[in-house]
Design a protein around this ligand. Structure first.
Ligand code: SAH
Length: 351
């Protein structure tokens, strides 16, 4: 069975092979992405005979919603089980008029960041293009009819730049006017910093917003916190990021998880300021969300304010990330912590 939500499933060839007019492809896409049909049956002006034929060769959804949680702040989290029994999570965040979705790119992660829940068991596998798109559509289904998805952040589980072949066609669906129609400026790829893959984005002129996870102002600390850094180094990451900025004109974001007493002291802030000097970047400070079983702690309010002040005094733009959805373990870095699926519970399990 082919996956209808997979943009690489080549519906055009299938239509041609089955003697169908090519305009049906655009019609199907409109039903899938814009009219939120949710199934072949829902596609009212597609002839029933064609829907039946499609049904024999294509699956609409390949995942199942095994858990659906809602937090008081409007955040919703879905636990999806994949065809091979793996699970992944994705999140919808409501903030004013913004409707942001946070999606995963892999099951597990190979980067080994010592404080992160996603990589605790290593990488299981890459998500397929269709599975990435499916997260977007599952979350879109949660919206009221008058709501629209406005932003996508690839900040769920996994390292998106380690799965670019599947990610790029999925994000093209997100940004394309025949897809979800979300401007590339409102689509953020968050990366641990893989210079070769950043270079590929430069060459492809993708225009997405890039967020680079630094977490340390020098290589010796970064090697400890982000082990993959040993093969890369901050210098290479910053130089690839600068090229991305030059090519795209998009201001970069540098993410920095504040881990109490490990990387959140004044000296770290001073060093980080020197490292990023002269860049018109935004530094996104993320107070650590503790992960059960790991020894890292939430930074004190004083440490967070002091860190922010020092960066600002040095001319950097700084934002401290708000925690959203932490009661349902949907906050940054918490995905897949409590993944014992509650099979059999209704899809709208409201805690
Ligand atoms: N692999 C990508 C996406 C990871 S998730 C990357 O490294 O950027 C997005 C951000 O959340 C990353 O900066 C990641 O380091 C951070 N993060 C991971 N676990 C966290 C936690 N428990 N608390 C706060 N931030 C966390």
């Amino acid at each position: 069975m082919r996956h209808l939500l997979d943009p690489t499933c080549d519906i055009e060839s299938w239509l041609a092979e089955n003697g169908q007019p090519s305009y049906r492809a655009a019609q199907l896409r409109q039903w899938i992405y814009q009219k939120r049909a949710g199934s072949l049956q829902g596609m009212k002006n597609v002839p029933k005979s064609l829907r039946t034929q499609l049904d024999q060769d294509f699956q609409f959804w390949t995942t199942q919603v095994v858990r659906h949680q809602r937090a008081e702040d409007g955040t919703e989290k879905l636990l999806l089980s994949l065809a091979d029994g793996q699970t992944m999570e994705c999140v919808l965040l409501r903030d004013g008029v913004r409707r942001t979705i946070c999606i995963s790119s892999q099951v597990g992660c190979a980067m080994g960041c010592v404080f992160c829940a996603s990589g605790l068991n290593g990488l299981q596998r890459n998500l397929t293009c269709g599975e990435i798109v499916e997260q977007m559509l599952r979350l879109q289904q949660l919206l009221e009819i008058e709501e629209r998805l406005s932003h996508v952040v690839v900040m769920g589980m996994g390292e998106p730049l380690a799965n670019l072949d599947a990610l790029l066609p999925s994000l093209r669906i997100a940004s394309h006017q025949d897809g979800l129609g979300i401007s590339t400026r409102r689509i953020t790829i968050s990366t641990v910093g893989l210079p070769k893959a950043i270079q590929r984005l430069v060459e492809l002129k993708t225009g997405y917003h890039l967020a680079v996870s630094l977490h340390a102002p020098d290589d010796s600390l970064r090697n400890q916190l982000v082990p993959v850094n040993k093969n890369v180094g901050l210098h290479q990451i910053l130089s690839a990021s600068d090229k991305y900025f030059e090519a795209s004109g998009r201001r970069l974001t540098f993410e920095y998880v504040l881990l109490s007493e490990l990387n959140d002291c004044e000296q770290h802030a001073q060093k980080l300021s020197r490292l990023l000097k002269g860049r018109s970047a935004l530094v996104n400070l993320i107070p650590y969300n503790p992960v059960a079983g790991l020894p890292y702690r939430y930074p004190t309010t004083t440490a967070v304010s002091r860190f922010r002040e020092i960066l600002q005094q040095n001319g950097l733009n700084v934002q401290v990330r708000q925690r959203k959805g932490d009661k349902i373990q949907a906050a940054c870095g918490q995905l897949r912590r409590e993944n014992r699926p509650i099979i059999g519970k209704p899809a709208t399990d409201n805690p």
